[in-house]
Ligand binder design. Structure first.
Ligand SMILES: O=C(O)C(=O)C[C@]1(C(=O)O)C=C[C@@H](O)C=C1
Length: 288
């Protein structure tokens, strides 16, 4: 079973279907109303079941977009809940404008997920439309269909036009044409060795990476440098470093780091422990 942001027609559903192709017995997709709900559902699960079990429960969440950057809610919930990352996939996002109206001139307000509205900011501003945020792009399409109002339109994938019987008024409307969102497959599990549990049919370790969240012990000159030095000494290539507020005090941060496969994580963690007060290991996982 895979929890993802619904309803039918969301980009998260598309990601969930792609992940499902690699998972045994996990074709069933369960639609949630929000990203929070996905994490809440996973948190409640008994984590003693093993990854190959038919009852394994997964979640799919958006983590990062090429125009807007991090999906901060997902980043925060990764830190605050006890889930692990099992795989990652990047999806091309092409937004369309859809409505019950078949004339763009009647539109006064556009509905969508905040990430999608932000990805189309210039387009929306140039048309002088008001905006309304929704929990997902597909929910905005569903809402537009239900309200039957010529003045509102949804920003979502063009597939929603057929799903909700609406007209496509414009296609490929995001401000930068090459728009991609990264999605994560997550589950609740303690085991450090997921990579051995799940068979994604990938042997290439170049397609494996790890993510940790670190909080520095001290705020002094060179404390981040010391942490980065441990990666350098072990010759581990970092692919992302991002800071988020620690939420304990203004001006204090935690660091999210993605890095290439390294066979001895305990060795790395032992070295990092000297410099960090918190180390959350989010997993070693496949890039599909
Ligand atoms: O609303 C959706 O369809 C989603 O799956 C969410 C989401 C996101 O949160 O980034 C996914 C892809 C797009 O970047 C816009 C919205």
């Amino acid at each position: 079973m895979i929890y993802c942001l619904g309803p039918v027609g969301s980009y998260s559903e598309k990601a969930a279907k792609l992940f499902a192709e690699h998972l045994k017995n996990s074709e069933e997709i369960v639609y949630c109303n929000s990203i929070n709900e996905i994490f809440e559902k996973l948190e409640k699960i008994d984590n003693s079941i093993d990854c190959n079990s038919e009852s394994m429960v997964y979640g799919v969440v958006p983590s990062e977009n090429s125009i807007e950057g991090s999906v901060t809610l997902t980043q925060d919930l990764l830190m605050e809940t006890n889930v692990k990352i099992l795989a990652e996939i990047d999806i091309s996002i092409e937004h369309a404008l859809i409505s019950v109206s078949n004339d763009k001139k009647t539109i006064k307000r556009v509905l969508s997920h905040p990430q999608a509205l932000a990805q189309c900011r210039n387009y929306i501003n140039s048309n002088h439309w008001a905006t309304q945020t929704m929990e997902s792009t597909a929910l905005s399409a569903k809402t537009v269909a239900e309200r039957k109002n010529n003045e509102i339109a949804a920003i979502c994938s063009d597939a929603n036009a057929e799903l909700y019987d609406l007209n496509i008024l414009d296609k490929n409307i995001q401000d930068y044409k090459n728009n991609q969102t990264r999605f994560l497959l997550i589950s609740k599990k303690q085991n450090k060795e997921y990579i051995k549990d799940i068979n994604f049919g990938i042997d290439d370790l170049n397609k494996v990476k790890s993510t940790v969240i670190l909080e520095l012990k001290e705020n002094r000159a060179g404390s981040l440098y010391d942490v980065l030095g441990e990666f350098k000494k072990l010759n581990i290539d970092l692919s992302r470093i991002e800071s988020r507020p620690s939420k304990t005090k203004l001006g204090t941060y935690v660091f999210y780091m993605d890095f290439e496969y390294y066979e001895n994580m305990d060795e790395l963690f032992n070295k990092l422990e000297k410099w960090v007060s918190k180390l959350i290991y989010l997993g070693t996982y496949f890039v599909l």
